[in-house]
Design a protein around this ligand. Structure first.
Ligand SMILES: [Zn+2]
Ligand SMILES: [Zn+2]
Length: 368
């Protein structure tokens, strides 16, 4: 079968022919429906190396940690999973027996130091391929919902859901305000999930006008950038400040904006991977405000998110690509010219709407 394999640090992945995997005990063989191309894949092959990456992410393996598909075959000992049914794949893979894993928090596994991978497509073979094997525990049922559009929920959607869920104590009273900074895939989910799960006023900002328009359609109040942006945001909160800020960018500038608008006892969640740093001191911060980060989400939360999606409560923006064009999808991701999540569709025919992707921007330098 064809697969997109990441073979060495600072080298682009390659489309290769490999043997179709065989499901072991407690596993299924999944026929991949959709596989999202994630920005963290680009970080994996273009930015990381043995000095800065966690050793569990060391190549070589098939990429793809944002995967949905249909059960093709069940391995020994698997009961109650019907061939042909559609599922999402919870990508994180902890030790399976610590207290964190017992709660479905494989992302926070107590024994990560002794693990040889972080999950499928993250050290283990993932779903940027025609087929992959998955432990039944990691399957989340989609029932009749569209599995191709569901792919971005597995990581981008789950990341937004987890960040919002952890901030809910700040947002459940009346008159609360949330702010979403950065309206790419994760930010669009954050806007929708805040609308579904809270009564808060949702403010949103991004430098791209069309991303702002989309968020506005989904119920957010857009605050444009500019010199007095923080003052305008504070005004919209009646001067109180924002109860929960979600920074999906994570640069020094966006964290500073978050700090300048957060309310007393507010919460700033930095989700974006830009690596910005900030000063955080007693006198520079409203009383009892907190600054935290989040990483993906739990297996139980993916079940909860799937329920929202199955009920038709979430819009997902995707640009589909054939598996043969996966490297093209990554190239467009590198240049920042992708609108909506690039989802690789290995089976069936895919027509890419060229109007949805602008070409010819400068690519980040990667060897190979
Ligand atoms: Zn990802
Ligand atoms: Zn564990």
């Amino acid at each position: 079968m064809k697969a997109v394999r990441f073979d060495a640090w600072k080298t682009r992945p390659a489309l290769v022919d490999v043997d179709r995997p065989v499901p072991g005990p407690g596993e299924v063989l999944l026929k991949v429906a959709g596989s999202g191309a994630c920005h963290s894949d680009v970080a994996l092959y273009a930015i990381f190396d043995q000095d800065i990456a966690m050793p569990q992410l060391r190549p070589s393996y098939i990429l793809g940690h944002e995967v949905t598909g249909w059960v093709e075959e069940t391995g020994p000992g698997v009961v109650g999973i019907e061939p042909g049914t559609a599922h999402m794949v919870y990508a994180a893979r902890g030790c399976g027996h610590c207290a964190s894993c017992a709660r479905g928090e494989d992302t926070l596994c107590d024994n990560v130091a002794s693990m040889t991978s972080l999950g499928s497509g993250l050290g283990l073979d993932g779903g940027m391929a025609e087929y992959m094997t998955v432990p039944v525990r990691n399957l989340v049922p989609l029932e009749g919902a569209d599995p191709i559009k569901a792919a971005p929920l597995v990581d981008a959607g789950l990341t937004a859901y987890h960040a919002v869920k952890l901030a809910l104590p700040r947002l459940t009273s009346g008159g609360r305000t949330a702010l979403v900074i950065g309206l790419g895939g994760v930010g669009q989910f954050a806007v929708q999930i805040l609308g579904e799960m809270t009564a808060a006023t949702v403010l949103a900002t991004d430098i791209k006008a069309e991303a702002c328009d989309l968020a506005a359609e989904r119920g957010a109040t857009v605050v444009e950038g500019g010199e007095d942006q923080a003052a305008r945001i504070r005004e919209l909160t009646g001067g109180r400040g924002v109860d929960a800020v979600f920074d999906l960018v994570g640069t020094e500038d966006t964290i500073r904006l978050a700090q300048s608008v957060v309310a007393v006892r507010g919460r700033i969640t930095v989700v974006g991977l830009a690596g910005g740093r900030t000063d955080w001191g007693f006198y520079t911060t409203p009383f009892e405000a907190e600054l935290t980060g989040t990483y993906m989400g739990t297996l139980e939360e993916l079940h909860e998110l799937a329920a929202l999606y199955r009920a038709g409560r979430l819009e997902v923006d995707i640009t589909p690509f054939a598996l043969e064009d996966a490297l093209d999808a990554y190239a467009r991701l590198e240049t920042g010219t992708m609108l909506g999540r690039a989802v690789i569709v290995p089976h069936g025919t895919v027509t890419v709407d060229d109007a949805a992707v602008a070409a010819d921007a400068e690519a980040v330098p990667v060897a190979g």
